[in-house]
Design a protein around this ligand. Structure first.
Ligand code: ZN
Length: 156
């Protein structure tokens, strides 16, 4: 099977059967983000310890699948781990399809590597992740990766 086909099936599967969808209590921070170019919307809620990441939204398969993948990847992780995965995903999406994704770190999120080739769709994939960062900030947690482990940061 072609890798692109496999990636598309992973995205479609998360879109049809989203993991962890629905807004839940308790939470400490919430953020609502909109991607006007595509019409995607997402609301993300997090408790400060990331014991849950709940969300609800509407829009294209990429934006909604990205929220489902993000839920799977980040729930129960430490702030440091979340910052590291968040940075890796943003870097992958900004790679214009040139990056070799770290499958151990990103798991199903590697499926969005193909999306990175299409600038118009990158915002769709990043929408839930940006909302998560905002929701975390409102919960008093900074998931900006100043603590990213050696070797994965790169120059900027
Ligand atoms: Zn979209």
């Amino acid at each position: 099977m072609m890798l692109d086909t496999l990636y598309q099936e992973i995205i479609l599967d998360h879109y049809k059967h989203p993991h962890g969808r629905g807004l839940r209590d308790p939470f400490d921070g919430e953020a609502h983000h909109v991607n006007p170019t595509c019409g995607d919307e997402i609301t993300v809620r997090v408790p400060a310890d990331f014991s849950d990441i709940s969300y609800d939204g509407l829009g294209c398969s990429i934006s909604q699948a990205s929220a489902s993948v993000m839920h799977d990847l980040l729930v129960g992780k430490t702030t440091g781990e979340i910052a590291r995965i968040h940075e890796a995903f943003v870097a992958l999406m900004q790679s214009r399809g040139q990056a070799e994704p770290d499958e151990d770190l990103l798991e199903d999120a590697v499926a969005f590597a193909g999306v990175a080739k299409f600038p118009a769709r990158v915002k769709c994939a990043l929408l839930p992740w940006m909302a998560l960062k905002d929701a975390a900030a409102r919960a008093g947690v900074d998931v900006t990766a100043e603590q990213v482990a050696e070797g994965t940061g790169g120059a900027r």
